[in-house]
Write a protein that binds this ligand. Structure first.
Ligand code: PAF
Length: 284
């Protein structure tokens, strides 16, 4: 059975308040739609842990920069509803931009420090847009649990920090990155890749595997790992634009010189018109 589609904020909020009054545990998977196995795996992760599962589908205009892909971001609500039915989930919350950002909207949520490196400098205002909309969605859907993918590691860690700092009584669950059979991290944006670009896009994962191999063999100099990853990508991709390949600590996302403790290796590479990101978490 297809999930119930709710498009009004007032209706969603009232529904969630009723569920809460009945003692139900609410799970939320916030998405921008055009769902793939990565989103569905997040829903399946929450499914046994909640009574009611909500997926939100909202292409959030304020997290896109002026030259980014807001207008061409892929959308297919009917297909998304059918995929949600497979999990299953009870409700798809799909508000309009006017519902979320009425005239006179003036409030934003901003997490400092963790947003300063990695994607931060390349996407000014992006994380502010994400934390603001997720804060709003949390107040509307009132979830006990919410899941985000490790593929967007910086986003997940920023949201974890927001919830902690603002004392939101919500557990953030980070689900593992789902990959295509050849290793490319699943993303709604992969549909932008031309056939040859799609083949070369596996270079990001190959670079991460190379980093893992070097670290497992005892390499502890971040610089060496980044140099080897850069070389691999330059070799495998015709004209890559490497935005960053960084090694950062997991707590503050500050660059590391020496690989110790819990850290993240993350990279963003543009192949043609498509910006791809990927990462791996490590502990040594
Ligand atoms: O990861 C996404 O799809 C979006 O950034 C999110 C978390 C749904 C906020 O718009």
């Amino acid at each position: 059975m297809l999930p119930t589609l709710i498009q009004s904020v007032a209706e969603m909020q009232a529904q969630s308040s009723t569920w809460r009054a009945q003692g139900q545990r609410i799970g939320l998977v916030p998405t921008m739609g055009y769902l793939h196995e990565g989103h569905l795996s997040l829903m399946r992760l929450l499914r046994p842990r909640c009574d009611t599962l909500v997926a939100s589908i909202f292409v959030n205009p304020i997290q896109f920069g002026p030259h980014e892909d807001l207008a061409r971001y892929p959308r297919d609500l009917q297909r998304d509803m059918e995929l949600c039915a497979q999990v299953p989930c009870e409700v798809v919350f799909h508000p309009s931009a006017e519902e979320i950002y009425p005239e006179n909207f003036r409030t934003h949520v901003e997490v400092s420090e963790l947003t300063e490196n990695l994607c931060g400098p390349f996407r000014p205002g992006h994380f502010r847009g994400v934390t603001t909309v997720v804060g709003i969605l949390f107040n509307i859907v009132q979830p006990h649990l919410a899941a985000f993918g490790q593929k967007d590691a910086q986003q997940a860690l920023v949201l974890e920090r927001m919830v902690r700092d603002l004392r939101m009584p919500i557990e953030i669950v980070i689900g593992p990155t789902r990959r295509e059979p050849d290793g490319l991290a699943m993303s709604s944006r992969n549909v932008y890749l031309q056939p040859e670009e799609r083949k070369q896009a596996t270079a990001l994962y190959h670079a991460l595997l190379l980093a893992e191999k070097m670290i497992n063999s005892g390499e502890r100099r971040a610089e060496k790992v980044v140099a080897a990853m850069t070389e691999l990508i330059t070799h495998e991709v015709t004209t890559p634009v490497i935005e960053y390949i960084s090694v950062v600590d997991r707590q503050r996302l500050h660059p590391l010189e020496s690989l110790r403790g819990q850290f993240v290796i993350a990279l963003a590479v543009r192949i043609g018109k498509t910006r791809l990101i990927d990462n791996m978490f490590f502990e040594v």
